[in-house]
Design a protein around this ligand. Sequence first.
Ligand code: FAD
Length: 418
Amino acid sequence: MTGRARPTADDAHSDVCVVGGGPAGLTLALLMLRSGARVTLVERSRSLERAYRGEILQPGGQALLDALGVLKGARHRGCHDHDGFRLEERGRVLINGDYRRLPGPYNCLLSLPQQHLLTDLLERCRAHSRFTCLTGTKVNGLVVEGGVVRGVVCGGGSDGLVVRADCVVGADGRYSAVRRLAGIPYDRIDLFDQDVLWCRLTAPATRTVRIFRAGGNPVLAYTSFPDCVQLGWTLPHKGYQTLAERGFGHVKASIQAAVPEYADAVGQQVRSFKDVSLLDVFAGSARRWAGDGLLLIGDSAHTHSPIGAQGINLAVQDAVAAHPVLCEGLRRRDLSGRTLSGVAARRRPETELATRVQVMQSRMMLSTGRVSAVVRPKAAMLVSRTPVYRSLLRRIAYGDQALRIRADLFQEGEPETL
Ligand SMILES: Cc1cc2nc3c(=O)[nH]c(=O)nc-3n(C[C@H](O)[C@H](O)[C@H](O)COP(=O)(O)OP(=O)(O)OC[C@H]3O[C@@H](n4cnc5c(N)ncnc54)[C@H](O)[C@@H]3O)c2cc1C
């Protein structure tokens, strides 16, 4: 057993212990609860507030969440529909990724605060009597017996809580503790030339996710609920420290130069380092997603760049793919690494494809330098008119279209308290 606490007879026992209440963990928790499993969720944060997290939800994720019955409620809490994304260079549109041309009904990019999605998912989980929710509780150890993961150790000190489970699911994000505690190697790949510095501004709404270049570094911008624009200013990968050493005034002036139309708003609203948040952009992948009694899904299994808004989609799709594998494993009492690796067999090719597409998008949209400044506009305009690009756009929007929620595994309708 890793960690300091020892299991006792009174420890909670679940079929599945999900570590991490993000999109992957909560989607899986709800799917398993609806299939009659006893689920314990362990989430280190006390609240569902997630500033500077993924908000843009692709059509594929929207469709699955709608089939699960959570999209309407999450939307109702507040969101913005975007018609698609646009790559712009000094006011000229190079690529118009128009989602209205995709098959409906989810043909938009949805800007939905993660908190709204997570709140709806959690409320639905809470309506199930077999759900135990431990928020404000951090996993810092695994219970391992005879090489098989049997649970997690939470909190610190000798009185740390132990949750025993037939299967532990690590859905605890890009810096996954479960992955580390299980000794699963993770290949971090610095494929991208940029990091992103995020800030939020009160500014008029737009209906397009924009990637634009107006003089300085490229910028990502989209309208975020309630009435904000979320700006992602790109800077050279690992270059923030050097930049910050020149002082906040310099950082602010660099952002202002890159966003002339928002320069005044940045001047008034971005007042100190506290108003910006750095995202270290990298891709990464766990060498194994499964072990005996253990499964990794979402960012803990594979991490992506924010470009192309793939993370939430992939996280939700992982949960949907893991659901039948876990149900079958529980039924047969076989939650071996061999059984659970069925999830990776289905999902790994998808996630690798997403990374390859992101690298391409990043080179096409964010590259800097004199040669690319000349080549990029022509290449972008040319590529965006080809059938290959149109099929790529569908792929970016929907991901694995064959993936369906296995409602036949649900034991009941939603509890009446909803
Ligand atoms: C700034 C930013 C912008 C992004 N923009 C987009 C976007 O627009 N669209 C998109 O699709 N994706 C975007 N992404 C990526 C997206 O947010 C992630 O891919 C997605 O949230 C992954 O979901 P997840 O459930 O796997 O992990 P997470 O959302 O990271 O959730 C992991 C959860 O585990 C909890 N946790 C961590 N450690 C422990 C522990 N030891 N014990 C208990 N709990 C723990 C965390 O508190 C967290 O709630 C963005 C990411 C960032 C950082």
